[in-house]
Write a protein that binds this ligand. Sequence first.
Ligand code: UT7
Length: 325
Amino acid sequence: MTLIRSQLIGFGHYLPSKILTNDDLAQIVETNDEWIRTRTGIVSRHISDGESTSDMAFKAAQMAIQTAGISVEELDMIIMATVTPDNTTPSVAAKLSNRLGAKFGTICMDISAACSGFVYALTIVDNMIRLGQVKTALVIGGETISKVLDWSDRNTCVLFGDAAGAAIVRAGEGNGTAEDTGILATKLYADGSHYDSLKITGGVSTTQTAGVINMDGKEVFKFAVNALSQASEEVMAMAGVTSEQVDWVLPHQANIRIIEGVGKKLAVPDEKVIVTVDHHGNTSAASIPIALSENYQSGRIKKGDLLVLSAMGAGFTWGGALVRL
Ligand code: UT7
């Protein structure tokens, strides 16, 4: 049986050149390199030096378009996962469509699912491609989280970084088996009863400010390990594969202890678990696409590899995707 499969054919990423180390942070708040390394695994993070979310997304998108070997005119859709847009409206995607020179009619939208944003966006695109509404899409996760950090709160300001990552997803063909190339399964979840456990405090209809990140770290931590493992298991089961058949486990990059916990629950060796949190920090919706792009460009992740992606963030939202490159 021939069916449409959404194939990931190119990746891009952009990290601002300004690097903030743990020692730099110790000059700002009561913290130290040892605490941050041992509690989070983070060594350094990139911080925007005047670049907006769309500036970073533009560079990541250009790289993804180039590595995919397509032209901008081929894009039918641009979907941007972010909680730190340039403006409340229009979408960052609309801004990018103009800057990239996308054709008239290219669908543009931003989606708000915090750290789960890229997996949410990928799922939306996969469904639109399989319905035949879109053939080629640009999917981006990009955040300027540094702009919504309370730089006097050591509980949060040490955890995050700025970045953008992008992927080109295009309609291809498969025969419905786990040997196909492309997105083999996706699953999204949310539970709004955790609305207040992780949030950016401001908003248009409430404070008319952007607000700052506020988080119950322990609650998020516990939830994240279970949510990321369960979403990974679900998408593997949907496609009928086991964790032994997977080449790479790529969980959202928030904390090395969460990432290791997921690897343990899935019973995969450490060498199969992708880690970028050490040099990126938590970049929210950008974390999965920049990890994909960095590891693809370096040749570590290759065509034909089977990856299980999982993400969890504010809402709470979470989800997984099983992808063969
Ligand atoms: O993408 C989803 C978003 N976020 C996450 O996934 C993050 C999930 N949560 C976490 O990663 C962890 O809960 C944190 C890294 C945020 C915190 O780690 P923890 O092991 O849960 O530490 P804690 O909050 O229990 O704090 C332990 C101690 C506290 O001191 P006392 O009360 O024991 O005296 C904190 O005040 O560490 C203190 N502390 C710090 N010390 C030095 C908290 N932040 C810092 C800091 N530097 N930056």
